[in-house]
Design a protein around this ligand. Structure first.
Ligand code: SAH
Ligand code: MG
Length: 233
């Protein structure tokens, strides 16, 4: 058996060096979306990171979803990214509660959408509102082959029952930001008061994912932490 210089067994690589390495090895995303990506990053809009892009692209290629549900549109980067890699005819439904962001996303879908689809007939529909309400209004049970959960982290636990209901058997749900920039690893006592509620809710969400009998879930350190949940057939 081998250990590192501290004599520790199975040492874990330094996460920052690992991230730099993996990002360096990751090919850039779609060329026509790079302007939007830079714009969003400069404006402080929290869009999916390169590693998370890769993760999503992998499942789009593997599962070839006919319908995608996204919770948390922001300015539409991830929806356009998914549209680009989704199979022809795939329909994306995305939910955003912030009016300004929803308006920006609509503009971006027009500006980048056709090119993103590469001439394919893929549609993105945006529903503006709080996902907790909007999700309840979507009656097409078990009809989304991919769910991307990427909204307010403290709310995931509220969205879960509807997300599982809407996910098709064999479908995949990807939840972003489950590690909360590492804060989730700390004891709740080490977390500031303001963040304690989100911390507790995220831990409850992860536990709920693991205990949900209809799901099989994998927790990954990808990006800001991602959970991949398969809905059992
Ligand atoms: N998926 C986007 C980033 C989303 S950022 C991308 O990668 O490009 C998270 C977004 O979720 C924010 O724009 C925020 O306004 C939205 N959001 C937060 N709480 C929400 C809720 N309850 N319902 C709908 N959207 C919500
Ligand atoms: Mg995110």
């Amino acid at each position: 058996m081998s250990g590192d210089s501290d004599g520790r067994l199975n040492p874990v690589p330094d996460p920052e060096r690992m991230e730099v390495f993996i990002e360096a090895m990751t090919p850039p995303g779609p060329a026509h979306l790079q302007g939007l990506e830079q714009e969003a990053l400069l404006a402080g809009v929290p869009i999916i990171r390169p590693q998370t892009q890769n993760l999503i692209r992998f499942f789009l290629t593997m599962n070839r979803p006919a319908r995608i549900l996204e919770i948390g549109t922001a300015v539409g980067f991830s929806a356009l990214f998914m549209q680009h890699y989704a199979p022809e005819g795939c329909r994306i439904l995305t939910i955003e509660k912030d009016h300004q962001r929803a308006a920006a996303a609509r503009g971006n879908f027009i500006k980048y959408g056709t090119e993103a689809a590469g001439g394919k007939k893929t549609g993105i529909e945006l529903m503006e509102g709080d996902a907790a309400q909007v999700l309840q209004e979507i009656r097409e049970d078990a009809s989304f082959d991919l769910v991307f959960m990427d909204a307010a982290k403290g709310q995931y636990i509220r969205f879960l029952p509807d997300a599982v209901r809407l996910l098709s058997p064999g479908g995949i749900m990807i939840t972003d930001n489950i590690l909360q920039e590492g804060e989730i690893l700390s004891s709740r006592f080490a977390v500031t008061r303001r963040n304690r509620t989100i911390h507790a809710r995220m831990r409850a969400y992860i536990r709920a994912l693991m205990e949900e009998p209809r799901l099989e879930t994998l927790l990954l350190p990808t990006g800001d932490g991602a959970a991949v949940s398969l809905k059992k057939k």
